[in-house]
Design a protein around this ligand. Structure first.
Ligand code: BG6
Length: 485
């Protein structure tokens, strides 16, 4: 809104940055760790960019102290990271692996020693392969109890030290890419019925975990992180406005309504029932989802881009168009659901080299929508720019494009706060460079440049210009965002 202008962020604002175990740790066979679905998937030829794996990643497993020291020097207030389930339970259940426990205890203790609030993601996509082999992983309702048992172990171990818990990272993405487009494990294509069933299992795992946390006396913050891509109708043609409405029900509210209200959007559920792809819901499930919804304390949002919605004819584009995983601009194809919607490019926005639209106002839009629809506090659990970076001869990295991206998004976030949205934390993606699942190591997100590429490297760490910029943002509690670049 025009008249709004924020000068400062709230005093206790958590300026943060994020990572995920598989993307940074490496040490995939060390410390008693078991095999995960990703350890197996990356070994299938053709699945990742140039066959890259997280076997070594950026070696955070051995360099976590150096990385946390860099965070402390920057002044980070919170660090969001995930626990690898396979380090705690190598087989997904059964015997606890003490070496895995010790590893994360060391990380949590070091964060606290450096006055960095640990924000723990319980699941960031790396499922124990043993559970896939035993009963199909997320495809079976058995996963729910195993997930909750694993989460309860984390609460028992670190419930006193960790005050921010994220149950699932981007349930909408790991299920879509896993069961619709075959790009993530288990690599299934167009298995729509199973896609919705798997999602129901994931919702139940999330909900029962939230309830277990409270039953165990957890008084901290808990919620899920959703990959929120807000939508704009292409124009005021009613068909296109309805395409947006359909998109929101099927692609956004399907997840957020369950987290926040414990119910599925009616029109979307009616559509799924007619198509015979609605999930099987057991007696009592909806009550559990509802109860858990009243116990979450925030909506976690991973925001990267917005999208445009347009009517898609029955013979129109499908969800299976090419994704840009190479960084060759213009190679992503338009996708959609025939008869429902499609997502053409937005002519008003610039894009990254991976064809993701750059839309700072979209972040403000997310916050406003969540505030109006759910009235929940918000944790921005990811936001950042994947780009090619160049290490100069003097070991500097001049990533002014990343600074501009983050600055504009933070200004938009400041406006949302000024408009009344309760935003608790903002985590950039990511702190160090890391493995970008399908895009190898060349798509960089970090404040810290890690000297490694698809073939290898020294793994030495170098501060990018954005590191110093964010340090200043934190020091001034956001005031520096309003000075000219
Ligand atoms: C989110 C994930 O989807 O976006 C991260 O939670 C991921 O794990 C990030 O790395 C950026 O996506 P990508 O595909 O560019 O790595």
């Amino acid at each position: 809104m025009e008249q709004m202008k924020v000068e400062r962020f709230p005093e206790d604002f958590l300026w943060g940055s994020a990572s995920a175990a598989y993307q940074i740790e490496g040490g995939y066979r060390e410390g008693g760790k078991g095999m995960s679905n990703w350890d197996a998937f990356v070994r299938i030829p053709g699945k990742t960019y140039k066959g890259t794996t997280g076997d070594l990643a950026v070696d955070h497993y051995h360099r976590y102290l150096e990385d946390i020291r860099l965070m402390a020097e920057m002044g980070l207030k919170t660090y969001r990271f995930s626990i690898a389930w396979t380090r705690i339970y190598p087989e997904g259940r059964g015997e606890i692996n003490q070496q895995g426990v010790d590893f994360y205890t060391a990380i949590i203790d070091e964060c606290l020693r450096q006055h960095i609030e640990p924000m723990v993601t319980i699941y960031h996509w790396d499922l124990p392969q043993a559970l896939v082999d035993a009963y199909g992983g997320w495809e079976s309702p058995q996963v729910i109890d195993d997930f909750v048992a694993y989460a309860k172990t984390l609460f028992r171990l670190w419930g006193q030290k960790v005050k921010y818990w994220i149950t699932l990272n981007e349930q909408n993405i790991f299920t879509s890419l896993g069961w619709l487009t075959a790009q993530h494990p288990p690599g299934k294509f167009d298995d729509q019925k199973m896609f919705y069933q798997v999602n129901h299992h994931a919702f139940m795992a999330h909900a029962k975990t939230v309830l277990a946390y409270r039953e165990m006396g957890g008084k901290g913050n808990i919620g899920a992180s959703f990959a929120y891509t807000p939508s704009y109708a292409l124009d005021c043609r009613p068909m296109n406005a309805m395409a947006k409405c359909n998109y929101d029900d099927l692609k956004n509210y399907w997840w957020m309504d369950v987290y926040a209200y414990g119910r599925y959007p009616i029109a979307a559920m009616t559509y799924l029932k007619k198509k015979n792809i609605a999930p099987v819901i057991q007696d009592g499930d909806m009550e559990i989802l509802k109860k858990a919804a009243s116990e979450i304390t925030f909506m976690g949002v991973n925001y990267y881009q917005s999208c445009v919605c347009e009517y898609n004819p029955m013979d129109g584009v499908t969800p299976y168009g090419e994704m840009n995983t190479t960084g060759v601009k213009g190679t992503a194809q338009v996708t959609g659901i025939p008869g429902i919607y499609k997502n053409p490019a937005n002519p008003y926005l610039l894009t990254t080299d991976w064809d993701w639209s750059i839309d700072p106002m979209g972040l403000q839009f997310c916050c406003r929508e969540i505030t109006s629809r759910y009235g929940l506090p918000i944790v921005i659990s990811e936001n950042g720019l994947g780009a090619f970076d160049k290490l100069e001869a003097d070991h500097r990295i001049h990533d002014d494009y990343r600074i501009a991206y983050l600055q504009h998004h933070l200004q938009a976030l400041g406006e949302a706060i000024e408009e009344g949205c309760r935003v608790i934390a903002y985590c950039t993606w990511s702190f160090t460079d890391l493995l970008s699942w399908l895009n190898g190591y060349q798509k960089r997100y970090g404040f810290i440049y890690v000297d490694r590429d698809e073939e290898g490297g020294t793994l030495d760490r170098y501060k990018k210009d954005s590191y110093y910029w964010y340090q200043n943002v934190i020091q001034t509690n956001g005031e520096s965002l309003y000075k000219l670049l």
